[in-house]
Design a protein around this ligand. Sequence first.
Ligand code: GLC
Length: 421
Amino acid sequence: MRRSSLASLAFVTGLAVTASAHAVEVSISCSALGQEYEICKQGVDAWAKKTGNNVKIVSTPNSATERLALYQQLLAANAPDIDVFQIDVVWSGILGQHFTDLTPKAGATIDQNFPSMIETSKVGGKLVAMPWFADAGLLYYRKDLLEKHKKPVPQTWAELSETAKAVQDAERQGGKGDFWGFVWQGRAYEGLTTNALEWIASNNGGTIVDAKGDITVENPKAAEALKLAAGWVGTITPEGALNYTEEESRGVFQAGNALFMRNWPYAWSLAQGGDSAIKDKVGIVPLPKGGADGRNAGTLGGQLLAVSRYSKNVDAATDLVLYLTGPEEQKRRAIQGSFNPTLPALFKDPEVTKANPFMGDLLTVFTNAVARPAAVTGDNYNKVSTEFFNAVHNVLSKKAEPDQALSRLDRDLKRIKRSGW
Ligand code: GLC
């Protein structure tokens, strides 16, 4: 093309040329759990359209533990490949040093969030990420089957075990040979830490490490909780669950092959999807108590968005983070994907609660959720969690007795702690 025609083309499309002259490419890591990838993409595309920038999405492994390992590798190499990282609420302390402080740009939007979500996003006073969505462990159950077998919604884990067994037996006798009572996340990864913390905390067995930093996990209440869970494997829970993450358990439940499932909120909109075998047959309640004097305990989870210090486009990346974590996007994501907002105002939004009745009904599950000891153990958290889920996995796969596993765990955690976290 000759210069003059190039110049006239630029004149005709003047605005677009001006915008694209400053356009940059930003890359973001999104999880691909369930519909997370598609929903992330829709948000990212809307921002790209609005700003004229391009966005590349990097999808990441479904297992939180594998995702962390990938991030650690990239960030340790100061790689500029990913500008915006989707990080877990328990990773701020581990990865925070690699992220920019968002405080100045986030400004007033900070105070619109749940204070607890902002706390988990801070390290040493710096806001290393913005809250994107909140998670808490929930009990999904088949309303139709509890009704059919005349069973109430279980209030304790012991009741859940009994009901699961009775309904499983009856459904199998009725010809559903592959029906199971209860599915959850038993693979040796971060998800097992969240499940096992629920069993233990709900049985008054503490939170592995307490708020002061003392290791508390070796106690009879914790051992009792693990014993009950180990008894599920092979009876009401398939042996295969020892290798399940969130998606494998959802697969079994959504196909109609389980009575109960422990999972995060994202599974709701999928269970209610057009192609779901269990549409309109599912209820959600708080996870059971350890016993009459136990408590309902859902582990606090959730995801944040952080901007890498090694990004070549920190301003655009920050703008993308603020757009994705803003009220309009959080509302859209709540309605389309049942991701719990981190902005309390949206829990009162009629469109959000219509799409997700549990968000209004179970608000206390989210506000009282049990935190993992991430803040107190700082950058040692992943080591602590890894020792914990491996110990629990040994008990579940009958390689160790609960007492023995917890006493070994206590010793290993003390070694990690040494004189302090
Ligand atoms: C979810 C939660 C996260 C948790 C993970 C475990 O992604 O948001 O906090 O660590 O599940 O699998």
